[in-house]
Design a protein around this ligand. Structure first.
Ligand SMILES: O=C(O)CCC(=O)C(=O)O
Length: 208
Protein backbone atom coordinates (compact mmCIF):
# COMPACT_ATOMS: atom_id res chain seq x y z
CA UNK A 1 0.00 0.00 0.00
CA UNK A 2 1.31 3.45 -0.86
CA UNK A 3 0.83 6.01 1.87
CA UNK A 4 2.04 9.53 1.42
CA UNK A 5 0.65 12.84 2.58
CA UNK A 6 1.06 15.13 -0.43
CA UNK A 7 1.70 18.79 0.32
CA UNK A 8 -1.55 20.20 -1.03
CA UNK A 9 -0.02 23.26 -2.66
CA UNK A 10 2.56 21.21 -4.54
CA UNK A 11 0.42 18.57 -6.18
CA UNK A 12 -0.20 20.38 -9.50
CA UNK A 13 3.28 21.76 -9.79
CA UNK A 14 5.61 20.47 -12.52
CA UNK A 15 8.74 18.91 -11.04
CA UNK A 16 11.70 21.26 -11.40
CA UNK A 17 15.16 21.05 -9.85
CA UNK A 18 16.28 24.14 -7.97
CA UNK A 19 19.69 25.76 -8.09
CA UNK A 20 22.66 23.85 -6.72
CA UNK A 21 25.85 25.95 -6.54
CA UNK A 22 26.44 27.31 -3.07
CA UNK A 23 23.16 25.88 -1.74
CA UNK A 24 24.85 22.46 -1.52
CA UNK A 25 26.39 21.66 1.87
CA UNK A 26 29.44 19.39 1.59
CA UNK A 27 30.69 17.33 4.52
CA UNK A 28 34.12 15.81 4.18
CA UNK A 29 34.35 12.37 5.75
CA UNK A 30 37.51 10.38 6.53
CA UNK A 31 39.52 8.54 3.85
CA UNK A 32 38.72 10.97 1.02
CA UNK A 33 34.95 10.49 1.04
CA UNK A 34 32.41 13.31 1.03
CA UNK A 35 28.65 13.77 1.22
CA UNK A 36 26.67 16.66 -0.24
CA UNK A 37 23.18 17.54 0.96
CA UNK A 38 20.75 19.95 -0.67
CA UNK A 39 17.42 20.04 1.14
CA UNK A 40 14.16 20.52 -0.82
CA UNK A 41 16.00 20.61 -4.11
CA UNK A 42 13.16 19.41 -6.31
CA UNK A 43 10.04 21.57 -6.49
CA UNK A 44 6.93 19.68 -7.59
CA UNK A 45 8.11 16.50 -5.88
CA UNK A 46 4.53 15.32 -5.24
CA UNK A 47 3.88 14.93 -8.94
CA UNK A 48 7.09 13.01 -9.61
CA UNK A 49 6.55 10.78 -6.59
CA UNK A 50 3.02 9.87 -7.68
CA UNK A 51 4.11 9.22 -11.25
CA UNK A 52 7.01 6.96 -10.28
CA UNK A 53 4.94 4.96 -7.81
CA UNK A 54 2.29 4.44 -10.49
CA UNK A 55 4.15 3.86 -13.76
CA UNK A 56 7.41 2.14 -12.81
CA UNK A 57 7.30 -1.68 -13.17
CA UNK A 58 8.53 -2.31 -9.62
CA UNK A 59 10.06 -5.71 -8.95
CA UNK A 60 11.41 -7.42 -5.89
CA UNK A 61 15.17 -7.49 -5.84
CA UNK A 62 18.01 -9.84 -5.01
CA UNK A 63 21.47 -8.48 -4.38
CA UNK A 64 24.96 -9.90 -3.87
CA UNK A 65 25.97 -9.17 -0.30
CA UNK A 66 28.81 -10.64 1.74
CA UNK A 67 29.49 -13.37 -0.89
CA UNK A 68 25.84 -14.44 -1.00
CA UNK A 69 22.80 -13.35 -2.99
CA UNK A 70 20.06 -12.18 -0.63
CA UNK A 71 16.51 -10.86 -0.91
CA UNK A 72 16.41 -7.10 -0.43
CA UNK A 73 13.26 -5.96 1.37
CA UNK A 74 12.25 -3.20 -1.04
CA UNK A 75 11.14 -2.97 -4.67
CA UNK A 76 13.32 -1.64 -7.45
CA UNK A 77 13.72 -0.96 -11.15
CA UNK A 78 16.90 -0.18 -13.07
CA UNK A 79 17.18 2.05 -16.15
CA UNK A 80 20.35 1.56 -18.16
CA UNK A 81 21.94 4.34 -20.15
CA UNK A 82 19.92 3.63 -23.30
CA UNK A 83 16.56 3.10 -21.55
CA UNK A 84 13.81 5.73 -21.71
CA UNK A 85 13.26 7.13 -18.24
CA UNK A 86 9.77 6.81 -16.71
CA UNK A 87 9.33 10.57 -16.21
CA UNK A 88 10.63 13.53 -18.26
CA UNK A 89 11.48 15.28 -14.99
CA UNK A 90 14.24 12.72 -14.40
CA UNK A 91 15.95 13.87 -17.60
CA UNK A 92 15.89 17.45 -16.29
CA UNK A 93 17.17 16.34 -12.89
CA UNK A 94 20.01 14.37 -14.49
CA UNK A 95 20.93 17.39 -16.64
CA UNK A 96 21.15 19.63 -13.57
CA UNK A 97 23.28 17.04 -11.76
CA UNK A 98 25.58 16.68 -14.78
CA UNK A 99 26.15 20.40 -14.87
CA UNK A 100 26.92 20.73 -11.17
CA UNK A 101 28.97 17.54 -10.68
CA UNK A 102 31.04 17.60 -13.88
CA UNK A 103 34.11 18.99 -12.00
CA UNK A 104 33.91 16.20 -9.40
CA UNK A 105 32.92 13.36 -11.70
CA UNK A 106 34.42 14.30 -15.07
CA UNK A 107 31.74 12.37 -16.95
CA UNK A 108 27.93 12.31 -17.10
CA UNK A 109 25.55 10.32 -14.95
CA UNK A 110 24.27 7.49 -17.15
CA UNK A 111 22.07 5.08 -15.22
CA UNK A 112 19.07 5.57 -12.98
CA UNK A 113 18.23 3.12 -10.21
CA UNK A 114 14.85 3.42 -8.54
CA UNK A 115 13.96 1.86 -5.19
CA UNK A 116 10.62 1.83 -3.43
CA UNK A 117 10.46 1.39 0.33
CA UNK A 118 6.83 0.49 1.02
CA UNK A 119 6.99 1.22 4.76
CA UNK A 120 9.41 1.11 7.69
CA UNK A 121 9.95 -2.64 7.27
CA UNK A 122 11.63 -2.08 3.92
CA UNK A 123 15.34 -1.30 4.09
CA UNK A 124 18.73 -1.89 2.54
CA UNK A 125 21.63 -3.32 4.55
CA UNK A 126 25.12 -1.85 4.80
CA UNK A 127 26.92 -1.90 1.47
CA UNK A 128 29.00 0.21 -0.92
CA UNK A 129 28.29 0.49 -4.63
CA UNK A 130 31.33 -1.61 -5.41
CA UNK A 131 30.15 -3.65 -8.35
CA UNK A 132 32.31 -2.26 -11.14
CA UNK A 133 34.43 0.86 -11.05
CA UNK A 134 33.25 2.03 -7.62
CA UNK A 135 35.44 -0.75 -6.17
CA UNK A 136 38.64 0.76 -7.55
CA UNK A 137 38.20 4.45 -8.26
CA UNK A 138 36.55 7.53 -6.81
CA UNK A 139 33.06 8.13 -8.14
CA UNK A 140 29.85 10.04 -7.46
CA UNK A 141 26.40 8.61 -6.72
CA UNK A 142 23.55 11.13 -6.45
CA UNK A 143 20.29 10.24 -4.68
CA UNK A 144 17.03 12.14 -4.97
CA UNK A 145 14.60 11.20 -2.20
CA UNK A 146 10.84 11.38 -2.61
CA UNK A 147 8.01 10.61 -0.22
CA UNK A 148 8.50 9.53 3.38
CA UNK A 149 11.47 10.79 5.33
CA UNK A 150 13.97 8.01 6.10
CA UNK A 151 17.44 7.74 7.57
CA UNK A 152 20.34 7.14 5.20
CA UNK A 153 23.30 6.13 7.37
CA UNK A 154 26.99 5.89 6.50
CA UNK A 155 29.82 4.19 8.37
CA UNK A 156 33.51 3.72 7.60
CA UNK A 157 34.11 0.34 6.03
CA UNK A 158 36.85 -0.57 8.48
CA UNK A 159 34.66 0.27 11.50
CA UNK A 160 33.93 3.46 13.39
CA UNK A 161 30.99 5.66 14.25
CA UNK A 162 28.23 6.13 11.71
CA UNK A 163 26.75 9.37 10.45
CA UNK A 164 23.03 9.62 9.81
CA UNK A 165 21.14 11.83 7.38
CA UNK A 166 17.36 12.11 7.46
CA UNK A 167 16.42 12.49 3.81
CA UNK A 168 12.99 13.87 3.00
CA UNK A 169 10.71 14.71 0.08
CA UNK A 170 12.70 16.48 -2.68
CA UNK A 171 16.06 16.28 -0.86
CA UNK A 172 19.28 15.54 -2.74
CA UNK A 173 22.10 13.56 -1.11
CA UNK A 174 25.28 12.88 -3.06
CA UNK A 175 28.11 10.52 -2.06
CA UNK A 176 31.47 11.26 -3.65
CA UNK A 177 35.21 10.76 -3.55
CA UNK A 178 36.13 7.37 -2.11
CA UNK A 179 32.73 6.95 -0.41
CA UNK A 180 31.75 3.74 -2.22
CA UNK A 181 35.10 2.07 -1.44
CA UNK A 182 35.91 3.31 2.04
CA UNK A 183 32.43 3.79 3.52
CA UNK A 184 29.22 1.78 3.52
CA UNK A 185 25.68 3.12 3.50
CA UNK A 186 22.31 1.70 4.55
CA UNK A 187 18.66 2.60 4.94
CA UNK A 188 17.75 0.94 8.26
CA UNK A 189 14.33 -0.41 9.11
CA UNK A 190 12.26 1.73 11.43
CA UNK A 191 9.45 0.92 13.85
CA UNK A 192 8.03 4.41 13.24
CA UNK A 193 4.85 4.53 11.16
CA UNK A 194 6.33 5.82 7.93
CA UNK A 195 4.81 5.86 4.47
CA UNK A 196 6.31 5.03 1.13
CA UNK A 197 9.67 6.39 0.02
CA UNK A 198 11.11 6.40 -3.49
CA UNK A 199 14.88 6.74 -3.94
CA UNK A 200 16.24 7.77 -7.34
CA UNK A 201 19.96 7.07 -7.77
CA UNK A 202 22.03 8.55 -10.59
CA UNK A 203 25.31 6.78 -11.34
CA UNK A 204 27.97 7.05 -14.03
CA UNK A 205 28.58 4.18 -16.45
CA UNK A 206 30.06 1.06 -14.86
CA UNK A 207 29.11 1.80 -11.25
CA UNK A 208 26.45 -0.31 -9.50
O1 LIG B 1 17.55 4.27 -0.65
C1 LIG B 1 18.55 4.90 -0.89
O2 LIG B 1 18.53 6.09 -1.10
C2 LIG B 1 19.87 4.16 -0.94
C3 LIG B 1 19.93 3.27 -2.12
C4 LIG B 1 21.17 2.42 -2.15
O3 LIG B 1 21.98 2.48 -1.30
C5 LIG B 1 21.40 1.51 -3.23
O4 LIG B 1 20.45 1.14 -3.91
O5 LIG B 1 22.56 1.12 -3.44
Amino acid sequence: MVVFQASLLDVDREPAPGVLGSTVARTRLAHGAWVDVRREWLAGSDQLFERLVTVVPWRSERRPMYERVVDVPRLSCFYGEHDALPAPALVRVRGALDEHYRPDLGEPFRTVGLCLYRDGRDSVAWHGDRIGRGARADTVVAILSLGARRVLALRPRGGGPSVRYEVGHGDLLVMGGSCQRTWEHAVPKTARAVGTRVSVQFRPRGVA
